[in-house]
Design a binder for this molecule. Structure first.
Ligand code: LLP
Length: 407
C-alpha cells in the first residue's frame, strides 16, 4: 500500500494503491489511474533521502543549510524541508510569506535579491528575519533608514561579487565582474566600513553565490581561496564576521537521474571543509536549491499527436514550455521517457515538442524513443527545480496540479 497526496484542485481519496508499472523508469505511477495531464509528480521519499543525506554530511560541523525557496515553493515540498530542520533563502516578499506559511522560523530566513522594495524590507523587519543579504550601497542605506524608522536593527551580510566564472550557462552565471549581482571586491572595505557606521545595521557577514547548475568543484575551491584572503585582510583590520554564506549552485545529473538521484553533496561539502579556513565561532551557510529538489520531480504529460513531416517525426505533448521552460530558456535537456512503452519495443527518432505557439517549445531534438502512439504517457525528468515555479499561463493555459508520492 502506497500513499499519494494530491494538491491544488484535484481530489481523490488520500490513500490510493499505486503499482510500479515499469520499474525501469523508477517512477511509482500507475498509468491506468492518472490524474489529468499534464501534472508535476514529486517523489517525497527521494526528497527526504536527499535532505537526510545533507543532514548526515553537515552533522557536527558549523554548517547551516538554507533551502533556496526559488527552486520550488510548493507548500508540500516546503513543509518537508522545514520538518528536516533547514532554513530558507528567500528573494521576494511573497517568498517570505510562503516560507512563514510553511513553518520556517524567521530566525532561519535569509533575504537576498538585487531589488528589494521598501515593502519587502519592511516585511523582513517586522518578522525580524535572520539576515538581509545586501547587494548595493543604496540598498544598505535604505535598509538602515527603514530599520531606524521601525526602531530595529537589521542584521545584514554583504554580497560580494568574487569575479569567478562558474563555467555554467551564461544566463545562470552570477559571479563574474559584469553580472548585476553583489558588490565588487575592491569596493568591499568601503562598504564594510559604511555598514559598521550605520545605526540601523548590524553587520553579520559576507555572502557569495557563483551561479547555478555548477558541476565542477574547481570554482568552489577558488571561492574558498578568495574568502580566505578576504578573511585575512579583514582580520588585519580587526573586522570579524559571524557568517560566511557561500550560496548554492550545486548541479545535478540531468542525463542520468536514476543513476544519480542524489547529487555529489559529499564532494561539495568536502571542498569547503578542506579549503575554507573558518575562524573560531564562524558559521558557514549554504543556499542549496536545485540540488535538493530537482531529481524528486518529473513533469508527466500525454501524447496528443504523433505527426510526420517531410524530414521529421514529432511527438506532440500536452505539456510544453509553459510547464517547464528550462529547455526553451537555457537550452537545457531533461531526460525524456515514454512510460507507456514496453521495455523491448522498437524505437524511432522523434522531436518531442509542446503545444505552444513558439518554435523554442521543444523538449528534445532527435530523441531515440520507443515507437510512440497518441495517448502514451511521457515523463520529463528532473523537473523538481525551476519547473513548477517558472510555469506560466502563456496561451492562457491553466497551471497544472501537483501530485506527491510517499511510501
Ligand atoms: N542563492 C542565490 C543568491 C541564488 O541566486 C540562487 C539561484 C541560489 C542560491 C540557488 O541556486 P541553486 O542551488 O538552485 O543552483 N532558473 C534557473 C536557475 C536560476 C538560479 C537563480 N539563483 C534554471 O532553471 O537553471
Amino acid at each position: 500500500m502506497l500513499n499519494i497526496i494530491f494538491s491544488r484542485t484535484f481530489c481523490v481519496p488520500a490513500k490510493t494503491t499505486i503499482l510500479i508499472k515499469n520499474v525501469m523508469y523508477q517512477l511509482p505511477l500507475q498509468l491506468e489511474s492518472l490524474p489529468p495531464t499534464p501534472f508535476y509528480f514529486y517523489d517525497l521519499d527521494l526528497l527526504n533521502s536527499t535532505l537526510d543525506e545533507v543532514n548526515r554530511l553537515i552533522e557536527g560541523k558549523p554548517f547551516w543549510v538554507h533551502y533556496a525557496v526559488k527552486a520550488n515553493s510548493n507548500l508540500v515540498i516546503l513543509k518537508n524541508i522545514v520538518s528536516k530542520g533547514f532554513g530558507a533563502d528567500l528573494v521576494s516578499g511573497e517568498e517570505i510569506e510562503v516560507a512563514l506559511e510553511a513553518g520556517f522560523s524567521p530566525s532561519r530566513m535569509m533575504f537576498a535579491g538585487v531589488g528589494k522594495t521598501d515593502r519587502e524590507i519592511n516585511l523582513g523587519l517586522v518578522h525580524d528575519i535572520a539576515c538581509f543579504n545586501v547587494e548595493s550601497i543604496p540598498e544598505l542605506q535604505v535598509i538602515d533608514e527603514l530599520a531606524q524608522k521601525a526602531g530595529k536593527v537589521a542584521r545584514v551580510a554583504i554580497r560580494v561579487n568574487p569575479d569567478i566564472d562558474a563555467h555554467t550557462h551564461s544566463y545562470i552565471t552570477t559571479a563574474t565582474a559584469d553580472n548585476k549581482f553583489g558588490i565588487s571586491i575592491e569596493m568591499l572595505p568601503q562598504v564594510v566600513e559604511m555598514a559598521q557606521s550605520l545605526p540601523g545595521i548590524q553587520l553579520m557577514g559576507l555572502h557569495f553565490h557563483l551561479g547555478s547548475q555548477i558541476t565542477l568543484m574547481e570554482p568552489y575551491r577558488m571561492l574558498c581561496e578568495r574568502i580566505n584572503s578576504l578573511l585575512d585582510f579583514f582580520d588585519g583590520r580587526n573586522v570579524h564576521f559571524k557568517i560566511i554564506d557561500v550560496g548554492g549552485g550545486l548541479g545535478v545529473d540531468y542525463a542520468n537521474p536514476d543513476a544519480n538521484p542524489i547529487p555529489s553533496l559529499e564532494q561539495f561539502f568536502d571542498i569547503f571543509s578542506t579549503h575554507l579556513h573558518l575562524r573560531e565561532g564562524q558559521q558557514l551557510h549554504f543556499e542549496l536549491g536545485r540540488a535538493l529538489v530537482a531529481q524528486c520531480g518529473s513533469l508527466i504529460a500525454r501524447v496528443v499527436y504523433v505527426k510526420e513531416n517531410r524530414n521529421k517525426k514529432f511527438v506532440i505533448l500536452d505539456a510544453g514550455m509553459t510547464q517547464l521552460v528550462r529547455p526553451a530558456l537555457y537550452q537545457a535537456h531533461h531526460l525524456i521517457q515514454n512510460l507507456s512503452a514496453a521495455h523491448d519495443s522498437e524505437t524511432d527518432v522523434y522531436d518531442v515538442v509542446g503545444p505552444i505557439c513558439e518554435s523554442s517549445d521543444v523538449f528534445g531534438h532527435n530523441e531515440q524513443l520507443p515507437i510512440t502512439h497518441r495517448g502514451d504517457i511521457f515523463a520529463i525528468r528532473s523537473a523538481g527545480a525551476y519547473g513548477e515555479v517558472m510555469a506560466s499561463r502563456y496561451n492562457m493555459r491553466a497551471l497544472p496540479q501537483s501530485v506527491f508520492y510517499r511510501s
